[in-house]
Structure formats: structure tokens, C-alpha cells
Design a protein around this ligand. Structure first.
Ligand SMILES: NC(=O)c1ccc[n+]([C@@H]2O[C@H](COP(=O)([O-])OP(=O)(O)OC[C@H]3O[C@@H](n4cnc5c(N)ncnc54)[C@H](OP(=O)(O)O)[C@@H]3O)[C@@H](O)[C@H]2O)c1
Length: 232
């Protein structure tokens, strides 16, 4: 059986991804930072809850140790947990403290979780990592005034996702036996955007589920949405 660990899976796209992968036969380890919300979500779906706050090194290491003891290995890691950070109307409002919080969760959270779970993935015959990023991290889209990525009021969300994209490429190069890819859910109706997204969570999870179920012959180092390849 395929064992899949998902961060930030107590709600939104992570929760829906867990639901879909369980339906496909995966043993899902539902990562969440809040034990009550995590236990509730896991019980609803038939997953095992694992406490993980991706912004804490100690918490991430404890989660990896727990999975090592209970499961021994994983096949798929989905780095999904993310926060939007503050909305601003002017770049004059932004501070390093704002940036630190967003980068701590989105970028460093992805990095530290990947690092902690790599030894568990190494034991898999077909190891896969899906980093949940966003078209908001696309330089090509961001410089095009006709796109929603241009002049977006989330000054640190976009750099954090761009950094995840580059990090993914570095890991994909370093681990050629793995499939390590980036999923862009697209504008999805969840808490992160105050339910302004036009897509359902099922649609938002499509690219993630696709990349989580690739075979060893599948692509690595790609940036994919449900509509196809996203420009860098
Ligand atoms: N929705 C969209 O339109 C959209 C588009 C592109 C990309 N994305 C990406 O999709 C991913 C999922 O977002 P979503 O739309 O499903 O938003 P969401 O409903 O707000 O879910 C975010 C999840 O991340 C968790 N989380 C936040 N900080 C965490 C931390 N430090 N440690 C562990 N978990 C943490 C949240 O847990 P709590 O419940 O404890 O807060 C929640 O489970 C994010 O990476 C987001 O950037 C979303």
C-alpha cells in the first residue's frame, strides 16, 4: 500500500487531497498543527493524524520520528501547509517581520519537512514529493500586466512560492530516483483567500493528486496545474 504524508491536511485543499488519495487506496498520514482539528479530520476520512507544525523544527522532527516508529517509511510527501501573509496596499507597509512569518511557514516549512522525511522516502520503491506552490510564484505570470499574478496585494506569499519552485528544482536535480514536482491548485474556494476562489476543492486538488500518483517513469521537476504546465 502507498503511504502518503500530507501537511496542513485538516481543511481545504489538503483535506480534499487526503480524501481523494484514501479513495485511491493510499494510507494517509494527515498532518495538522492543531491536535483537535487534526484528529477530527483524520477520523472523518479514515486517516492517521500526525501532529506537525511546519514552522517548528522540533515539531517536524517529532512528526518524522513518529512516522518512522509507526510506518517505517513513506512513499509520498505532500508539502501543502501554507499561509497567505498580510495584504498590503503599498510596499512601504511591508516589514521583515511579515516576511519572516510567511517564509518560515511556506518556504522553510517545505524545506524542513522535506529534509526530515527524506530518509523515510528513501525506503520507498517509488518516492514522490509534491510541493504545493501557486501560479503566484510564477515570474512569467507576475511580469504580465494582464494576469491576476501581476500587482497582487500579498507581497510575501509570491516570493515564498517562487522560492518553493526553485527549491523543488534543486531537490529534483539532487534526487533523480524521486519524482519531485510542483502543483499549482489554481484559484480555489478555501479559507486562505476568504473563499474568493472560483474552483472547488476537488478541482484544486487535481494537480496534486496527479503528481502524487505518478509512476517512477513520470516527470520530475515540473510545475503543473489542472490546466497543464505553468510557466516559470
Ligand atoms: N486556495 C487557493 O486558491 C490556492 C491557490 C494556490 C495555492 N494554494 C496553496 O494550497 C495550499 C493549501 O491551501 P488552502 O487553500 O487549502 O488553504 P487553507 O484552507 O487555509 O489551508 C491551509 C492549511 O495549512 C495549514 N497550516 C498553516 N500553517 C501551518 C503550519 N505552520 N504548520 C502546519 N500546518 C499549517 C492550516 O492549518 P490550520 O487549520 O491550523 O490553520 C491548514 O490546514 C497552500 O500551500 C496554499 O498556498 C491555494
Amino acid at each position: 500500500m502507498t503511504t502518503t504524508f500530507i501537511t496542513g491536511a485538516n481543511k481545504g485543499i489538503g483535506y480534499e487531497t487526503a480524501r481523494q488519495l484514501i479513495k485511491l487506496g493510499h494510507h494517509v498520514l494527515l498532518g495538522a498543527r492543531d491536535p483537535e482539528r487534526g484528529e477530527t479530520a483524520a477520523a472523518e476520512l479514515g486517516a492517521r493524524f500526525v501532529e506537525i507544525d511546519v514552522s517548528s523544527q522540533e515539531s517536524v522532527e517529532a512528526a518524522a520520528a513518529d512516522v518512522l516508529t509507526q510506518e517505517g517509511s513513506i512513499d509520498v510527501l505532500i508539502n501543502n501547509a501554507g499561509i497567505p501573509g498580510p495584504r498590503v496596499t503599498s510596499m512601504l507597509e511591508v516589514t521583515a517581520e511579515h516576511a519572516e512569518r510567511v517564509m518560515q511557514t511556506n518556504f522553510l516549512g517545505t524545506l524542513r519537512t522535506t529534509r526530515a522525511f527524506l530518509p523515510l522516502l528513501e525506503k520507498s520503491q517509488a518516492p514522490r514529493i509534491v510541493n504545493v506552490s501557486s501560479s503566484m510564484g510564477s515570474f512569467t505570470r507576475s511580469v504580465d500586466p494582464s494576469t491576476i499574478e501581476h500587482a497582487n496585494p500579498l507581497p510575501f506569499y509570491q516570493p515564498s512560492k517562487a522560492a518553493i519552485n526553485m527549491l523543488t528544482l534543486k531537490y529534483a536535480e539532487a534526487y533523480p530516483r524521486f519524482r519531485i514536482n510542483i502543483a499549482d491548485p489554481g484559484p480555489t474556494d478555501t479559507d486562505i483567500n476568504n473563499h474568493m476562489g472560483t474552483q472547488s476543492v476537488a478541482e484544486g486538488s487535481e494537480a496534486i493528486v496527479h503528481l502524487a500518483t505518478l509512476t517512477s517513469e513520470g516527470p520530475t521537476g515540473i510545475f503543473l496545474s489542472r490546466e497543464g504546465v505553468v510557466p516559470w
